[in-house]
Design a protein around this ligand. Structure first.
Ligand SMILES: O=C(CO)[C@H](O)[C@H](O)COP(=O)(O)O
Length: 230
């Protein structure tokens, strides 16, 4: 079995692509693991699969279109049958997630919320006992008044860092907003923290995904394991 990270992502992308059936509306995630899913779906489309993709970022949309996947939007669809996306951390048992290190968390959460089922795909390095162990919680905020919003995030106990590119320029999301990466000590109560972050005026969404994933497909040296929400 492949053990390097890229091979594991390809393996889990292939496994997740098998969940898509003809005529489904499918939310397409963002990130390197989601890219492997999209590539595998492109292969299946070349072999005759027909489905509609609703992407969670401009990057995923461009990749999917280039592979011949049909892309539509919420103007045409009320609900999404299945959304498949990556994660930065997956809590064992609850399957609560941290997402958004790729900068697409607001669109990812809109797509997840509109989906009948969400399946998360990852390699086993993303499994943790407590969210916040390795990854900060990304928070998408308004660029107007961002300094005030950041101070309020700090009052929740976070060490907030506005995300910047390599040149030090503030990162801008597909929706034109900012991201603040909020490091917390391991998070004891993710649902309460999600509610507290979302209550701050100026916050659009946070990267805590609570009870959204129905199951996780996790790739390790022994292959892909399905973990259902406990
Ligand atoms: O939430 C995300 C993007 O906003 C990604 O799903 C997450 O960052 C995982 O990415 P990768 O598969 O590259 O590790």
């Amino acid at each position: 079995m492949p053990a390097d990270a890229e091979a594991l992502k390809r393996l889990v992308g292939e496994a997740a692509a098998e969940l898509v059936e003809n005529d489904m509306v499918v939310g397409l995630g963002t990130g390197s693991t989601a890219n492997c899913l999209i590539d595998s779906l492109g292969e299946r489309v070349r072999n005759g699969l027909r489905f509609i993709g609703i992407p969670t970022s401009k990057r995923s949309e461009e990749r999917a279109r280039a592979l011949g996947i049909t892309i539509e939007g919420f103007d045409r669809h009320d609900r999404i049958d299945l959304c498949i996306d990556g994660a930065d951390e997956i809590a064992r048992g609850s399957l609560h997630l941290v997402k958004g290190l790729g900068g697409a968390l607001l669109r990812e959460k809109i797509v997840a919320a509109a989906s009948d089922r969400m399946v998360v795909v990852a390699d086993e390095s993303k499994l943790v006992d407590h969210l916040g162990t390795h990854a900060p919680v990304p928070v998408e905020i308004s660029s107007f008044g961002w300094e005030s919003t950041v101070r309020q995030l700090a009052q929740l106990g976070a060490r907030p860092t506005p995300r910047r590119d390599r040149d030090g320029v503030l990162f801008v999301t597909d929706g034109g907003n900012m991201i603040v990466d909020c490091a917390f000590a391991p998070i004891e109560d993710p649902p309460t923290l999600e509610a507290s972050i979302r209550a701050i005026v100026g916050v659009f969404e946070c990267g805590l995904f609570i009870s959204r994933a129905e199951c996780a497909l996790v790739a390790g040296p022994d292959g892909v394991v399905r973990i259902d929400r406990g």
